[in-house]
Ligand binder design. Structure first.
Ligand SMILES: Cc1ncc(COP(=O)(O)O)c(C=O)c1O
Length: 395
């Protein structure tokens, strides 16, 4: 018999993958995914960039290569524009934010050591903590202004965790963003307790409303905040490119860990993405994407008002991809999933995002990937599923 590693034992199957695999009927309307709208991905622009750089640089782009210096400089400038004191030597290019999480968890965490995550959080964050055998401590997240900083301080004081992972903007799955005051406090708690924060931020460029706040990293003067960015949502998931911003002194350690995983990111992709950025294609792409996302968010919120009225609550994201819908306590969104499939609509049950399986009466709804008529239809179907389950007082 083959003996598998303890890490394999800790990793949970992706529930989302299982649920999505059930949804094979083409008549099913899905608000379950976490994707930008395929029809608005910049196919023509990216094709042009790939052709340009391959014709210009030839075989060099099909070789092994060090990180693209122009892309590191672009990212450093982008981060400075967001208030972060960042030079190219603070930037490490990864294959997406998930790889950033993997690398930093390997840098900072030993099996059995404590780590703080938010009570409801992206499943990939659960994988790099619980999945790596960490002792997971959760903190609640307010649906109006983000992670609970009093709970974070209490967790720092009582457990001395190796790090806390926090999603600052348009939280996955909650849709909420951290207030400015909380960003400052989180950075100062990190410095006071000398405990790193991993700021996982794939969504901040997807703002379509309200005032942007600087990342937590902007308030970090002592190098205790590690920032993770990603091109997945701002450009395209399949470019598989993201970045870590960290103290230059740690970049060699990060490099060694990354080399042990997959050596490096494709120089062809880095060069094509750099071409896309330096030709000024990002701004119009984001303007279009965010306009569409805003329209679709409005359609979703209006449909929720029309179909659920006072019987449920939901978040009002100013960007990103997700709304978090909370129903009365007696509702079990997991238990109702088969009924939803029968009604040809799917969502992600809240419990999939909770380390302890809580959030049973909630669900994550995506507004970016379905067109408006499908979003309306999906919410009508959801109402048909849940109306018979609602307590009389909620109707
Ligand atoms: C909060 C969060 N972090 C990280 C990721 C992984 O992103 P990437 O595609 O950049 O690896 C996601 C993807 O949905 C996410 O929602």
């Amino acid at each position: 018999m083959i003996t598998l590693s303890s890490e394999v034992g800790h990793l949970k199957r992706s529930v989302m993958r299982d649920l999505l695999a059930l949804a094979t009927d083409p008549g099913i309307v899905s608000l379950a995914g976490g994707l930008p709208a395929t029809e608005y991905l910049p196919v023509a622009e990216y094709t042009q960039c790939l052709n340009t750089v391959l014709q210009r640089d030839g075989g060099r782009l099909l070789q092994y290569n060090p990180q693209h210096p122009g892309l590191r400089s672009w990212i450093a400038e982008y981060m400075r524009g967001r208030g972060v004191d960042c030079e190219p030597d603070h930037v490490f290019i990864t294959n997406g934010a998930q790889q950033g999480l993997t690398i930093l968890s390997r840098l900072l965490l030993d099996p059995g050591a404590p780590a703080v995550i938010e009570e409801a959080t992206f499943t990939g964050i659960q994988q790099v903590t619980a999945g790596r055998g960490a002792q997971v401590i959760t903190i609640p997240t307010s649906l109006t202004d983000g992670a609970d900083t009093d709970a974070l301080e209490a967790a720092f004081r009582e457990h001395h965790p190796r790090f806390a992972i926090i999603i600052p903007d348009f939280h996955n799955p909650l849709g909420v963003s951290l207030s400015l005051q909380k960003r400052r406090r989180i950075a100062s708690l990190a410095a006071k307790y000398e405990i790193p924060i991993i700021e996982d931020d794939p969504y901040s460029a997807l703002r379509f409303e309200g005032k942007p706040h600087p990342p937590i990293k902007a308030f970090d003067h002592d190098g205790f905040v590690f920032y993770i960015g990603s091109f997945s949502k701002m450009l395209a998931p399949s470019v598989r490119l993201g970045w870590i911003v960290a103290s230059p002194a740690l970049i060699p350690k990060i490099t060694v860990i990354r080399e042990s995983i997959d050596l490096e990111s494709s120089i062809l992709t880095q060069t094509a993405v750099y071409e896309f950025l330096s030709q000024g294609m990002l701004k119009p792409h984001l303007e279009q994407l965010n306009r569409v996302n805003r329209e679709r968010r409005d359609v979703l919120l209006e449909a929720l008002r029309a179909n659920f009225g006072e019987s449920a609550q939901w978040t009002h994201p100013e960007g990103g991809l997700f709304v978090w819908l909370t129903m009365p306590d007696c509702i079990d969104t997991w238990g109702a999933f088969q009924r939803a499939l029968d009604e040809h609509v799917i969502y992600i049950p809240g419990a999939a995002f909770a380390h302890d399986g809580s959030c049973c009466n909630a669900m994550r709804l995506n507004f970016s990937s379905a067109p408006p008529d499908k979003i309306r239809l999906a919410v009508e179907r959801l109402a048909a599923v849940f109306a018979p389950l609602m307590p009389v007082a909620a109707l």
